[in-house]
Design a protein around this ligand. Sequence first.
Ligand code: NAD
Length: 390
Amino acid sequence: MTVVHPEAGVFNRSHELSARAHEQVVFCEDDRSGLKAIIAVHSTALGPALGGTRFYPYADESAALQDVLRLSWGMTYKAAAAGVDLGGGKAVIIGDPATAKSEELLAAYARFVDTLGGRYITAGDVGTDTDDLDVIGRHTRHVTGRSVGAGGSGDSATLTALGVFHAMRAGAESVWGAPTLAGRTVGVEGVGKVGRELTALLLADGAEVCVTDVNEAALRRIATEHPEVRLLSTVATAPVDVYAPCALGATLTTATAATIEAELVCGAANNQLATPDVEAALTGRGITWVPDFVANSGGLIQVAGELRALHRPRWKPRWPTSSRAVARSSPRRSPTVSAPAPPPTGSPNAVSTPSPARSERARVSRRRHSGDHERVVPHEICRAVDPGHR
Ligand SMILES: NC(=O)c1ccc[n+]([C@@H]2O[C@H](COP(=O)([O-])OP(=O)(O)OC[C@H]3O[C@@H](n4cnc5c(N)ncnc54)[C@H](O)[C@@H]3O)[C@@H](O)[C@H]2O)c1
């Protein structure tokens, strides 16, 4: 038997994520427009694979492949948890959208999407917006998330932010006993399309919000819109009650899990866990993590509705039952452990000091932790999309 070094091939890469290999990975290259893209179809067990197109200046092609494999795998779980009868897929275009994006390149990309005949349906993601999807929609019908003017349902960021907000409320109820962020400090990492809308919802709910972003313009915009927001260089390890990752994935590492002060982690970013063991590290410290594929499914539900509306105009989107999902994934599931009283507002130390109740919760959660997606997605669906999944 030939042993292939993990970095040497592409086939064994998907096994780093799960027992089931990706169904199809398509490498797309067009010399005229400079397009280099990868489309990954993880699973079509529940329906056609839907997932956005990320346009990003990856350090190298290996990083792009790694990202698209992880993102498409996550989409399988997101669709399964949301119950939208879709599979998981994703695409990445390699390059800086600020300089590399052109109508010719998007058209070339759309023609590759079209060759898949509907096994993969694309949508927006980091680096792509409704205008881009309108261009793509002129060359393939396998696209969703177009502008309202072009017959689509518009930018999905608004419903994604609303979904994250409700997931956070469900998390707050699980952690502090009431479904509100009033009086809590929330750190939003990334104030782009979703983070910006989430910030407005949190402020309206009575939360104190601090934000960070690597983009100066994004920070200036949020400071103008909401002068009461505090700008920080980092929020992941700041003394906040809730950490909301809304930028890119993999910000939760074993190192951040060990130092994080928030009691609740809930945000829009896909693939928040750098490695699967981070979930156990968080749970072990009594920190509730709302799985990203549950918290951020509002946009998927919207674009799934857009697809269904083609056939059933009165179809209404179904919201994921966040509370049930949080209850299943929370370290505070034990009925014998009661929720602590909310800390006095305005006392930053009150939220970060580990209490005896928190230590007890951590002990209980360590015993109960199972560390996989089956706590959120029903077992039979997990088996259907990922048969070897423990
Ligand atoms: N837009 C949607 O409908 C949707 C749906 C589901 C999931 N998501 C996920 O939510 C996240 C945000 O999506 P978006 O549409 O708002 O993207 P966006 O590109 O509009 O915003 C991302 C923001 O994060 C900032 N950022 C990047 N790296 C950062 C870092 N290291 N620290 C701080 N800020 C950083 C960027 O400058 C930008 O302002 C992404 O991970 C995306 O995959 C988005």
